[in-house]
Design a protein around this ligand. Structure first.
Ligand code: FDA
Length: 312
């Protein structure tokens, strides 16, 4: 019940100011956000790599309001890629980006121009990633952004076929998207979906979302692409392993992904079993939206957060 309320709050500026200023917030945020700067995140990537884990790095931010902010987002990723190159971590770390942070919804030169702006901003990031032997995955945001995201994904794949994208099991459209992406050989991360979506476009019932997730994993495993199973749900992970086996996929022909700070033991276990296990590691100062979605996913996180505010 609390999830939708927290998700609504994740888009409120008033709540953003309240949560950001509350005593105790920093301590809870640190559980999910790996730091504020590239320098904070580098030792974490090195530690994850030493534990046999792969990484996808997210510079947090979304729903920007100026074109300058979209350039700043591009530059933050370019800086990150420069550091990964210096440290020789290119093979271990890919990047995840939210196109809303690259200007997708700004439309500075009329309707639809935000799409072009986001494409122009993300292309050099994808090119720089390719130069150091890694790639970029386009995160899935709310359903109104997805046609643009898939079009950008298709465009980028013409020059950089390894570019990945994310699909969300809760949306009615996703099985069809999965079939198209599985047939054209894409890298695809499947997740349950983290936004507040209306009943016209998304399944609302959790067990039904899990069933859709299984159907979509099957499509991806049986297809031509590279499936990335993004979930902490032990049942779905077990089903994913079985579907991969039945589809005759080797251990390097799919991977599991989880978020930094969540189920670390399970991350280590899967890696120790020989699975490719990638940890989605978010850092940066604009953590509010990302943090609120993590609270919405698990009510216990909210309780912990409220307690830490009250005891400060
Ligand atoms: P579920 O929510 O059922 O959780 C299963 C178990 O995992 C829980 O019982 C709990 O133990 C643990 N758990 C899950 N979330 C937790 C949390 N926040 N805190 C503590 N424990 C938690 N969404 C989206 O819309 N677009 C995107 O691009 C992405 N990208 C993405 C990348 C990766 C690598 C992951 C793992 C997830 C995403 N997501 C996402 C988020 C996704 O849609 C979903 O909201 C979360 O993964 C939670 O769903 P689970 O599949 O983990 O199952």
């Amino acid at each position: 019940m609390l999830g939708p309320v927290i998700l609504a709050a994740s888009r409120s500026d008033k709540m953003r100011r309240f949560v950001s200023a509350a005593p105790g917030t920093k301590q809870v945020v640190a559980r999910f956000i790996a730091g504020e700067t590239v320098n904070d995140v580098v030792p974490i990537v090195q530690d994850l790599a030493a534990r046999g884990l792969e990484v996808t790095l997210d510079v947090v931010g979304e729903d920007i309001t100026t074109v300058e902010q979209s350039y700043a987002a591009r530059d933050a990723y370019l800086e990150l890629i420069g550091r990964l190159k210096e440290l020789g971590l290119g093979a271990r770390a890919e990047m995840s980006v939210k196109l809303s942070m690259f200007g997708q919804s700004l439309d500075p030169e009329g309707p639809g121009s935000g799409h072009e702006l986001a494409l122009a901003n993300v292309r050099p990031v994808v090119a720089a990633a390719a130069e150091i032997g890694t790639t970029v995955t386009l995160d899935a945001e709310d359903h109104t952004t997805l046609d643009s995201m898939f079009a950008i994904h298709e465009e980028l794949r013409k020059d950089f076929p390894q570019t990945g994208c994310v699909i969300q099991a809760y949306l009615f459209r996703t099985e069809e998207d999965a079939r198209r992406l599985a047939a054209n050989g894409s890298r695809v991360r499947i997740v349950k979906g983290a936004y507040k979506e209306p009943a016209e476009v998304a399944i609302q019932d959790k067990p039904e979302i899990d069933k859709a997730y299984v159907r979509i994993m099957k499509i991806l495993m049986e297809g031509e692409g590279y499936p990335m199973i993004g979930s902490h749900d032990p049942r779905l992970i077990a089903v994913g392993q079985e579907l991969a086996r039945r589809a005759g996929r080797k251990l390097d022909e799919y991977e599991f992904q989880m978020l930094f700070g969540i189920r670390s033991e399970e991350q280590n276990r899967l890696a120790a079993e020989g699975h490719r296990m990638r940890v989605y590691t978010a850092y940066g100062t604009d953590w509010y939206g990302y943090f609120m979605r993590r609270l919405a996913e698990k009510p216990a996180n909210l309780l912990f957060f409220v307690r830490s505010i009250l005891t400060k």
